[in-house]
Design a protein around this ligand. Sequence first.
Ligand code: DC
Length: 225
Amino acid sequence: MPKGIKIAIDGPAAAGKSTIAKLTAERLGYTYIDTGAMYRALTYKALKAGIHINDGKSLKQLLVETEILLTPSNNGQAVLVNGCDVTEEIRSSEVTAAVSTVAAHGEVRELMVDKQRALSDRSGVVMDGRDIGTDVLPDAELKVFMTASVEERALRRHAENGMRGIDSSLEQLKREISERDRADSERKVSPLRQAEDAIFLDTTSMSIKEVAEEICRLAKERLGQ
Ligand code: DC
């Protein structure tokens, strides 16, 4: 019996993937890898360095020179860029508005996917993103495609912002989420789509706990427990 499995969680923006993936990893004693945080870390670095988000070649070079580390912290997971803690900064509205453009460059994705695969080269991993089941870990034993209505996702993000002391408008969040859905689904390279062998979960009327429980149940099924 395998010691641990690879779990791929994909879905549109603000579907609760990170929260669920983190909780699932905790419960199973697995490593959690937030691939969106990696694209956000590169975007943050590019904005700081004054690199244009349409310039794929320079973004790729920046990524070559950038070490992105995801480490466990008291609040879940800390993101370090060349040793500097940018956990909060990568959630800013500037980074959120630019990240889909950065993530659409083929040369950026190629290198990022290599980095992500290297991180998953151990037993027991929960990875969340947009292309994990289709591209990064096509051999994952469990693939989940998670979504919720745009209204529900905006409400969740609004509540999350409130808890972090960030002011936001529900209508604007809805617009931003719809726009990121469009950009992530329509891009040429590895667009957001459900892997053929992924389990579809509509979490609109499910609690975080219910979704995490369902994924743990599916994982145990895969492990033959
Ligand atoms: O999950 P998130 O909102 O933090 O992701 C930020 C952006 O990164 C999202 O708009 C699309 C992109 N992304 C991607 O293209 N592929 C991934 N595996 C993860 C995120």
